[in-house]
Design a protein around this ligand. Structure first.
Ligand code: NAP
Length: 314
């Protein structure tokens, strides 16, 4: 498993991480058996993945609780846990006292005395980011987290954080179907010594080769469009766009078959090959999928293959 440093001051992490949003259930259809989810997390560590990404909001705390159970008894220096604080309906959620309360809540559910990375999940309008970032820096000083990062932030907001203290990482959506950050944000982050964690690198499963026109998602799964019709549904899964998306995935499958690797492995490796990307967070709750995704950590692609893949998604 290839390892990389997260930003200029962060830890060494595997280039593929375990995303625990699905593990919390809720927006991903009916809850999967907790035993299977825990088996998937343990399979990740066995395959060389060093970190799990979760958040207080995933499954309304269930994801963090399951991560805590999966980690129980494991030596603390053998894994890294990244979690996030989100805004709250009743207020900003990002005032210093709220952040300190939130991290204690997460640590309680995880059964840990510190996390390795604590992230602001998304920005809110008119947030007092300097005050918020000051509180995040204090969490490091207090030993509650080793490192701090942001998610879904733009460059201006990150610059305002940098005026207050170090920023270890940015977490943003990035995949073959979502390459917007490639030319601007990624080189800038790299220059600034800020790590980049790519979320939804498999385009919510669309880039795995497992989804077809016939795939019917559970009505409680956001990809069905029956619960709400968010951006992911409209851009990837809605019947009027799905066929066009799948045509590209079929062309990616042809490359994967030639290289004798799973489609998802190839899509993940393309992400971590991009300049400025530190690692990709592959969301899963299935031990076999996790093992397959971890294999992207060892795959090497030559320039010709990378260009061929880019041509498919141009
Ligand atoms: N910061 C943010 O705002 C934000 C937003 C979204 C996600 N995230 C983080 O990023 C992680 C990953 O993103 P994501 O979950 O949105 O999308 P993703 O990783 O692009 O896709 C996850 C989907 O792909 C399927 N899958 C994974 N590996 C597979 C394989 N080898 N073969 C077939 N299917 C496979 C999963 O199904 P199975 O469960 O059956 O494996 C799941 O349905 C999340 O868990 C979360 O930690 C962060």
């Amino acid at each position: 498993m290839e390892m990389r440093k997260l930003g200029s001051q962060g830890p060494e992490i595997s280039v593929v991480g375990f995303g625990a949003w699905e593990a919390g259930g809720d927006t991903w259809g009916p809850n999967q058996s907790e035993d299977v989810v825990i088996e998937a997390m343990r399979a990740a560590f066995d395959a060389g993945i060093t970190w799990i990404d979760t958040a207080e909001v995933y499954g309304k705390g269930r994801s963090e609780e399951i991560v805590g159970r999966a980690l129980a008894g494991r030596p603390r220096d053998q894994f890294q846990v990244f979690t996030k604080v989100g805004s709250k309906p009743e207020g900003s959620g990002y005032r210093p006292a709220e952040i300190k309360q939130a991290i204690r809540g997460s640590l309680g559910r995880l059964g840990l005395d510190h996390v390795d990375l604590y992230q602001i999940h998304w920005p809110v309008a008119d947030m007092s980011i300097e005050e918020t970032w000051g509180a995040m820096v204090e969490l490091v000083d207090e030993g509650l987290t080793r490192h701090i990062g942001v998610s879904n932030f733009d460059r201006d907001l990150i610059q305002r954080c940098l005026a207050v203290g170090n920023v270890d990482s940015e977490q943003n959506q990035f995949s073959l179907f979502r390459q917007e950050d490639r030319d601007d944000l990624l080189p800038w982050l790299d220059e600034a010594g800020i790590g980049f964690l790519a979320y939804s690198p498999l385009a919510f499963g669309m880039l795995t080769g497992a989804i077809t026109m016939e795939t019917e998602f559970d009505p409680s799964d956001f990809r069905s469009g029956k619960r709400f019709q968010g951006e992911a549904y409209r851009n990837l899964f809605a019947p009027e766009v799905r066929e066009q998306r799948l045509r590209r995935v079929e062309r990616l499958r042809a490359v994967a078959e030639r290289l004798e690797v799973p489609v998802a492995t190839l899509a993940l490796r393309w992400v971590v090959e991009q300049h400025g990307v530190t690692a990709a967070i592959a969301g899963s709750r299935n031990p076999n999928h996790v093992r397959s995704n971890a294999s992207a950590g060892d795959l090497r692609l030559d320039d010709r293959t990378l260009r061929e893949i880019e041509g498919i998604f141009a």
